[in-house]
Write a protein that binds this ligand. Structure first.
Ligand SMILES: Nc1ncnc2c1ncn2[C@@H]1O[C@H](COP(=O)(O)OP(=O)(O)O)[C@@H](O)[C@H]1O
Ligand SMILES: Cc1ncc(COP(=O)(O)O)c(C=O)c1O
Length: 230
């Protein structure tokens, strides 16, 4: 196998661990060479009372990729994207995927379609149709949580049968592997479920896993999770 090389486009925080701060080091430990584009540089994650910092524009993202391209150093085996806060930035990500695939048609695109959790949307609602219609079809692997899976499929998920129905819809949109990062179904609130499904060469492989939920609430675990599905 060729040397794995990832471009990770995610948030940077000065204090704490979300986005690239959560993903880069674990990927390096897994043996990946990781190039990082920081989509924002914030003082801390958005769960704090105040957040200060800068947001990378789509023009600046295009400029960074152009710089790589002009030096012929934009060959990647994998692209990873996480939280995106605007329509224009998400559209630019589609262009980046297409550009990187011209360079490497086998590029594996791992997309965490970060939109919200537990019924709460934390991106503009205009991003939903873009993820649904343009990003999911480009992605090789997606890692939505249960709420994001509902948003991407227009299905209300109440049980495991609904989960697999939604996963099927996502495969039909063109995504090879769907990994639902966390789902709370059923009565036992101490259990978190993970569902994964891959369609390759007409064969379908599915798995599900229950894990014991700790009482703490973590931030950055979704980003760490997405970096671990490679
Ligand atoms: N309270 C928790 N207890 C145990 N594991 C957790 C907990 N919260 C998150 N995780 C781990 O982090 C992974 C991603 O979950 P989560 O952060 O909820 O994803 P997302 O950000 O996509 O909603 C889970 O699959 C699980 O392995
Ligand atoms: C700037 C930023 N990026 C990414 C995240 C994603 O965190 P998680 O991995 O918990 O979904 C957060 C969560 O607050 C954040 O504030």
């Amino acid at each position: 196998m060729e040397d794995p090389r990832v471009l990770s486009i995610q948030s940077h925080v000065v204090s704490g661990y979300v986005g690239n701060k959560s993903a880069v080091f674990p990927l390096q430990l897994l043996g990946f060479e990781v190039d990082a584009i920081n989509s924002v540089q914030f003082s801390n994650h958005t769960g704090y009372n105040t957040v200060k910092g800068q947001i990378l524009t789509e023009k600046e993202l295009a400029e960074l990729v152009q710089g790589l391209s002009e030096n012929n150093i934009e060959y990647y085996t994998h692209l990873l994207t996480g939280y995106v806060g605007s329509v224009s930035f998400l559209n630019q990500i589609s262009s980046v995927v297409k550009h990187l695939r011209e360079k490497n048609p086998n590029l594996i695109y791992v997309c965490d379609p970060v939109m919200g959790d537990s019924g709460k949307l934390y991106v503009p609602k205009e991003l939903i149709p873009i993820y649904k219609n343009f990003i999911v079809p480009l992605a090789t692997i997606i890692t939505p949580n249960l709420f994001e899976t509902e948003l991407l499929t227009d299905i209300t998920i109440k049980n495991v049968v609904d989960v697999w129905k939604a996963v099927d819809i996502l495969h039909k949109k063109g995504c090879e592997t769907v990994v639902i990062s966390s789902a709370e179904l059923g009565d036992d609130s101490s259990i978190l479920s993970i569902f994964a499904s891959t369609v390759k060469d007409k064969s379908l492989k599915k798995l599900s896993m229950d894990i014991k939920k700790t009482a703490n609430k973590f931030t950055g675990t979704g980003d760490l999770f997405a970096s671990s599905v490679f």
